[in-house]
Design a protein around this ligand. Sequence first.
Ligand SMILES: *Cc1c(COP(=O)(O)O)cnc(C)c1O
Length: 398
Amino acid sequence: MFTTRNDFRAVLDDIARGPSERPIETPQSTRISVDGHELLNFCANDYLGLANHPRVVAAAKSALDTYGFGMASVRFICGTQPPHLALERAISELLRTEATLLQSSCFDANGGIFAALLDERDAVISDELNHASIIDGIRLSKAVRYRYRTRDIDDLEVQLRRAARFRRRLVVTDGVFSMDGAQAPLAAICDLADRYAAMVMVDDSHGVGVLGATGAGTTEAAGMRNRVDIITGTLGKALGGASGGFVSGRTEIVEVLRRRSRPYVFSNAVPPVVVAGSLAALDVVKAGAVERQRLRENAKSFRRSMIEAGFDVLPGDHPIIPVMFGDAAVADRMSAALFGHGIHAVAFTHPVVPPGAARIRIQLSAAHTDGEIACCVAAFVRARRDIAADAHTGTVDE
Ligand SMILES: *Cc1c(COP(=O)(O)O)cnc(C)c1O
């Protein structure tokens, strides 16, 4: 029992080795200021540079004047305004789905979905690297859980066979795995799901807005738009980066969730200022072929330069680019040294990634310039030199 202040101090000492939060004194952007230091930012999810886009900010300001600040209600009581419905329609149009349900976050979308659709007669077959919100959402349901090795189609088939006796089977995967930037093999997953009469759900938080010719995400990029039953996603990344999430799919599924997803029914409506800003962000996304092209080129050029400079970069083509260091202490020192060279890039260590797989996860944005990308690569080279020199003289040992 942890009852005293000191008990919790001990708990904190145990878990507080991770990086502390650094307040950013500017709007979210590729150029930020932290503690008065100007930094280039390479770890936001602001893939298209919309978090502080003039059109998005203008739409949000105007909604404040028209619709006020807060809803003070859940959606079904008196928390639905025209912009809420317009945003749901706009997301359905982008994804080419029948219907969409706005949620307070993608965490809530995933948190409410499994218990609403499945019970002890059903099975969920889940990729082992799925987002924490999927894992928690499954725990909140009575469905039986089967896990398959990440992106491993053979193991997925083994698990689908084990789940054959259940009434419903739901295969769930992240569209893009956030620690690796790897994409789910959606075509193979959908083929298998057909053979085993399973539904497919994709959490495309890092895909929507980023991947596919029109920005509809991994389902579009994989040519699987009409084969996936449920798509969840976030408004907190490419789509303006404020907050909010959604579930999209067939009308009957979405309407069941509108009545049964507990985070939807029992939690406040997304404020109109966020809804209107996100709607404007979606407009930019829909017309955003040039930005997506720029994003792809930025990711490609960063990757190429880092490989040329001798860094170990995980393969892929998503703007999530993990630079691998293995050892947690080395990744932490690199991140600190990068900070000293004007780059904000956070290290990810165990338990967020497997032990021995520590990394700095770089995320490119369409808003990064060629010069900023070159600065980042040069800073990595300098930081590596700093650390090698420190190791030599033994000055940086904790
Ligand atoms: C970021 C993320 C979430 C959480 O989204 P929020 O809207 O911030 O709750 C859920 N799933 C995946 C795969 C994510 O990357």
